[in-house]
Design a protein around this ligand. Structure first.
Ligand code: SAM
Length: 268
């Protein structure tokens, strides 16, 4: 596999990260696909709330940049026939071990989001979670459009920061004074999971994602949560989400995560 310098750095970073993930592995919470009680304030839960509205049994799903395979495992349990890939052989090795232990058949492959070697117009669902901020977005979206069946479902759940907010984040005060304090408050003693090249999506990149979809819905999360408040304070997380639901246009400017869900254009 020919890799760009950026992709190579991602691969090297995820060698150690895979070791960490193996040590700390906890299976994903099955309630996200089985329970009727929903955590409406949480992006991850909302993603599955939306996915559960559609028939899944026997449909084909692709998970892009699957990491240790939590989403592949959940989609397989929902009845999808899942193909999943990641650039990192170490993450794929871990994902394969986990699926074997669970007795699940998931087609795991090692490839890049920019240049995946998978058939045209094949998938009924493509799931893209926390991966676009690691890749060349235009190339990955083009590949995704090629692999999706016309009218396939596409779920994109990504880190986001409007460029105006990013300017504030890049200011001297935030970088040198506030950010180091916030990191120790939010992550405690944990090492933040940040690769050298990752960059949260901005409003232009969000528009690029929207442009490949018809019938789209967008949901915004995390105005303060994960930025200045850890994500384990349920009351504050509810308040944060309520603010974004009530003052909807604010999400475009102030949120830290979006979920974009829609269908590919049938002419794709
Ligand atoms: C933040 S993790 C997300 C994993 C998974 N989607 C999840 O949400 O649990 C990012 C993953 O992207 C993979 N990755 C980075 N660059 C990639 C690329 N160009 N193509 C495919 N995967 C890539 C990394 O190896 C890593 O497993």
């Amino acid at each position: 596999m020919d890799l760009t310098t950026r992709q190579h750095r991602e691969l090297v970073y995820h060698r150690d990260h895979a070791t960490d993930c193996r040590k700390k592995y906890r299976p994903p919470d099955m309630a996200v696909i089985t329970s009727d009680k929903r955590r409406w304030w949480n992006g991850y839960w909302t993603m599955y709330t939306l996915l559960r509205r559609y028939p899944s049994h026997g449909a084909t799903a692709l998970v892009v940049g699957c990491g240790q395979g939590d989403d592949s495992l959940l989609l397989t349990r929902m009845g999808y026939r899942v193909t999943a890939f990641d650039l990192s052989p170490d993450m794929i090795e871990l994902a394969r071990e986990i699926s074997q232990k669970n007795g699940l058949t998931i087609d795991y492959q090692i490839m890049t989001a920019e240049n995946p070697n998978l058939p045209n117009q094949h998938f009924d669902l493509i799931l893209v979670r926390d991966i676009l901020h690691h890749v060349e977005i235009s190339k990955a979206l083009k590949a995704l459009t090629r692999m999706a069946k016309p009218g396939a479902l596409v779920m994109i759940n990504e880190n986001y920061t409007h460029s105006m907010v990013q300017k504030v984040r890049n200011s001297w005060l935030v970088r040198n004074i506030l950010y180091p304090r916030l990191v120790s408050f939010i992550y405690k003693k944990e090492k933040p999971y940040l690769t050298p090249d990752e960059a949260k999506l901005n409003e232009k990149e969000l528009d690029e994602c929207k442009s490949i979809l018809n019938i789209k819905e967008i949901h915004y999360f995390n105005m303060f949560v994960t930025r200045i408040i850890p994500d384990n304070h349920v009351f504050l997380a509810c308040l944060d989400r309520l603010l974004l639901m009530t003052l909807k246009p604010l999400g475009h400017w102030l949120s830290g995560r979006f979920i974009l869900f829609g269908r590919t254009k049938s002419s794709a």
